[in-house]
Design a binder for this molecule. Structure first.
Ligand code: NAP
Length: 526
């Protein structure tokens, strides 16, 4: 029997009034849950969070708020098995994919709980040392962050219902801003279960965390100048939010995490048969197939020196063939890759591959395959086997080529042969108009330093991998709470996480200007 997933607003569960939207198991196409959107105004919920939730949170010190995050992490860790089960059923996740999402969310809670310990008892964060306002002046200026007195509206994408919700909530709650979290509808069951567990365990003060299921209703019409909107999803919806009349009129702060054409650059010095080459292949396979390629950080473009192309193809295709044979019902122990999360995603992915194939050739995989998936009836479920396309070196240098414009949110990547020159690599990366992450593989220190300067401007994160650390290297799609998440341009222009940097999204930076000794006494200084 499908469960009905209610919103939690103004201190009570609310079943909503809209027509029921089914949530589907993408491997079986069975309905597992349903949601009715709240159609009445959300003005009360926004006010309740902003006023009562904000006051309740700001009464607590950073350390006390950090202790709440620690409790949340503990509660969810203890409920891990039931959460994994929900992710398998509603998200089409294998157990490993489900853990990636759930453990990732718990890790962010734990990290910000740890950071809280060093933030002191005062209600602000001192960012830097006091500086003379001009040379030899006794007057200094120093920057502090204070919690904004609004509500944080978190709108999340379908692919990480746990990490998306918890990653945003951890930072916001520690900063002292109450949260209204809206998960993407198609996979919202996991976010709902997480919220229900945290509420039941009384992990947060009254009104400081609310859950909105289904559509966003009139939420954006309620925003005010102290509010923050943190959105993760497609560029199109991100633009709608950023240009919403009320958002513009009030100057509410907006952070967008959107599409990204992440890349891998194999340096000209990388040779087949080395540990570094093995790492390239291992990372590529992970970044194509983890969560069936439905990751904002998945690798969409692979820059390969022309001389290495055959070796890369051979090893990559062998690995992907094995995964294609082990794609299927995600609860099956033999399965390595599950389905896409919905029929819409599958349709979008096939249309996207058709678009990419105008400028590149499909060299591995069959986008139309509909049978032979492990543990499922032929024609059932939203499965797509891994697909690799390949462009010519000349086409790779065409900024209008589809693979530089279009993110196919699925296990799909395009091989781009290049001449091994850093300048060419930087140009090609730049054609993506801003990405979350790029990985460069090389043992040439000068080449890597050049990559920092030349490729860095197009990215939120650059992963450098060499032979010495090949064994210790983490797959580049893994976002750690210490590192910045976000990217310029197409990726939304946002910034989240990044350890202490992440707090700035939910706090106001104020320059405090005054006498040197006065500032030292007032703020404590660094
Ligand atoms: P989406 O369709 O843009 O939806 C994202 C969220 O926005 C959902 O919660 C959705 O609710 C909500 N939404 C839709 N229309 C809205 C409106 N008019 N006002 C307010 N909210 C609205 O994206 P998606 O399909 O869930 O996710 C896939 C996309 O997310 C991909 O493009 C991927 O690149 C991107 N993504 C980016 C990151 C990152 O960190 N940069 C991470 C993950 C995913 P409903 O579900 O109820 O429609």
């Amino acid at each position: 029997m499908p469960v009905q997933l209610d919103s939690y607003l103004e201190g009570s569960w609310q079943s909503g009034e809209g027509s029921a939207r089914p949530l589907i198991n993408p491997a079986t196409e069975q309905e597992v849950a349903s949601i009715r959107s709240v159609t009445s105004s959300l003005a009360g919920a926004v006010r309740w969070g902003r006023e009562l939730g904000g006051a309740n949170l700001r009464k607590l010190s950073f350390a006390e708020r950090g202790a709440l995050l620690k409790t949340m992490a503990k509660v969810l860790h203890e409920a891990r098995e039931q959460l994994i089960e929900v992710a398998v059923q509603n998200g089409g996740n294998t157990r490993k994919d489900a853990k990636f999402d759930i453990d990732g969310g718990i890790a962010v809670l734990a990290h910000y709980a740890y950071l809280a310990k060093g933030l002191g008892e005062q209600p602000w964060v001192v960012e830097d040392e006091a500086m003379e306002v001009f040379r030899s002046s006794k007057i200094r200026a120093e920057h502090v962050l204070v919690p904004r007195q609004g509500v944080a509206i978190h709108i999340n994408a379908f692919n990480f219902p746990a990490w998306g919700m918890l990653g945003k909530a951890a930072v916001s709650l520690l900063a002292g801003m109450p949260v209204i979290s809206k998960p993407a509808t198609s996979t919202a069951w996991l976010a709902h279960r997480i919220f229900a567990l945290l509420l039941e365990a009384q992990c947060f003060p009254e009104a400081s965390f609310q859950l909105l299921m289904g559509s966003a209703g009139d939420l954006l019409d309620q925003v005010g100048p102290q509010d923050v909107i943190a959105f993760t999803g497609s560029q199109g919806v991100g633009t709608t939010i950023k240009t919403h009349a009320r958002v513009i009129a009030t100057g509410a702060r907006v952070n967008l995490e959107a599409d990204s054409l992440n890349a891998v650059v194999i340096g000209p010095d990388v040779e087949s048969g080395t540990e570094l080459f093995d790492l390239v292949i291992r990372d590529l396979i992970t970044e194509m197939t983890q969560k069936a390629g439905q990751k904002c950080t998945a690798t969409r473009r692979v820059l390969v020196p022309e001389a290495l192309l055959e070796d890369v193809r051979e090893r990559l295709f062998a690995g992907l063939t094995e995964i294609a044979g082990r794609t299927g019902e995600p609860s099956n122990k033999d399965v390595r890759m599950g389905p896409l999360t919905s029929q819409d995603q599958l349709d979008d992915a096939r249309a996207g591959i058709a678009s990419l194939s105008q400028d590149a050739e499909i060299v591995h995989g069959d986008p139309q395959r509909s049978g032979g998936f492990v543990g499922v009836e032929p024609g059932t479920g939203y499965f797509l086997e891994p697909i690799v396309l390949q462009a010519t070196a000349a086409k790779a240098m065409d900024p209008t080529a589809a693979f530089h414009q279009h993110e196919v949110f699925a296990p799909v990547t395009t091989l781009l042969p290049y001449d091994g020159e850093l300048a060419s690599a930087a140009t090609i990366i730049g054609f993506g108009s801003g990405s979350l992450v790029t990985t460069v593989y090389s043992d040439d220190r000068g080449w890597l330093a050049g990559a920092v300067a030349e490729i860095g401007p197009y990215l939120g994160r650059l992963v450098v991998a060499n032979e010495k650390f090949a064994n210790a290297s983490m797959s580049p799609g893994c976002v750690f709470p210490v590192a910045n998440h976000g990217g310029p341009g197409r990726a939304g222009g946002g910034a989240e996480l990044g350890g202490m940097h992440g707090l700035a999204l939910y706090m106001q930076r104020v320059a405090i200007q005054g006498g040197a000794s006065q500032l030292a006494r007032l703020l404590g200084g660094k």
